[in-house]
Design a protein around this ligand. Structure first.
Ligand code: CA
Length: 232
């Protein structure tokens, strides 16, 4: 067991799950705090500073949802990233649809690899908040100073126009851009380009992203344009 790494609180009432998570996170060098109820978790958060919370949705007594709300309401805890652990189906829909304030969620059963990637993304988001040099959306990260783009830490190789396109998307995730708006932002004064050029470069951007990730982040909005989205 190592100390000094980022501190992660796991709130999970199933002992076998709790141990499995705790083991895998400790191996990665994280310092792990464990709670079997929401109440216990909230107490720990009052007493010490935690870098990230992994929070089970289905907990006895106080639900994960309520714990999340309290974390996001707390003065000292509201900036702490919360990743909800949910079951497939109804809970998944709820965590996506409700305004829980959760930063991310993982659907059970999950792979440890995915979990670790989401934990790293959550921690990066935390350390990058307040900095405009790094843009983060879901598992995507763009370092504007080093000109490095990654998905779950795997590098993506982008040409200059694809880099600028992705930057526009990352600055306003979910916003739908028309081809004309993208031309304006990315190509600026170039007069010899038309909207088909946008489609070509969107295609290239997509191809590069899909080389390292199964998640299709670039969404085509029929009859309008494109946006950056985590597919549902
Ligand atoms: Ca549970």
């Amino acid at each position: 067991m190592s100390f000094g790494g980022p501190k992660i609180l796991i709130v999970e009432d199933e002992p076998s799950q709790l141990e499995l998570l705790s083991y895998n996170l400790s191996v990665e060098g994280y310092e792990v705090l464990k709670a079997e109820t929401g109440e216990e978790g909230l107490l720990i958060l009052q007493e010490q500073e935690v870098d990230l919370v992994l929070l089970d949705w289905m907990l006895p007594e106080i639900s994960g949802l309520e714990v999340c709300r309290q974390i996001k309401r707390g003065k000292t805890t509201k900036a702490t990233p919360v990743i909800m652990l949910t079951a497939r189906g109804e809970e998944e829909d709820k965590v996506r649809g409700l305004d829980t304030g959760a930063d991310d969620y993982i659907v059970k059963p999950y792979s440890i690899k995915e979990l670790l990637a989401r934990v790293r993304a959550g921690l990066r988001r935390k350390s990058a908040s307040g900095s405009t040099d790094v843009l983060i959306y879901d598992l995507l990260s763009m370092d504007l100073v080093r000109h490095k783009t990654t998905i779950a830490e795997k590098p993506i190789h982008l040409g200059p126009l694809e880099f600028r396109l992705l930057k526009v998307f990352m600055e306003a995730p979910g916003r739908v851009w028309s081809r004309e708006q993208l031309l304006d932002r990315v190509w600026r004064d170039s007069l010899d380009v038309d909207t088909r050029t946008v489609d070509v470069h969107i295609g290239r951007l997509r191809k590069q992203l899909n080389k390292v990730s199964d998640i299709d982040y670039v969404r085509t909005v029929r009859g309008f344009g494109y946006s950056l989205d985590k597919p549902s």
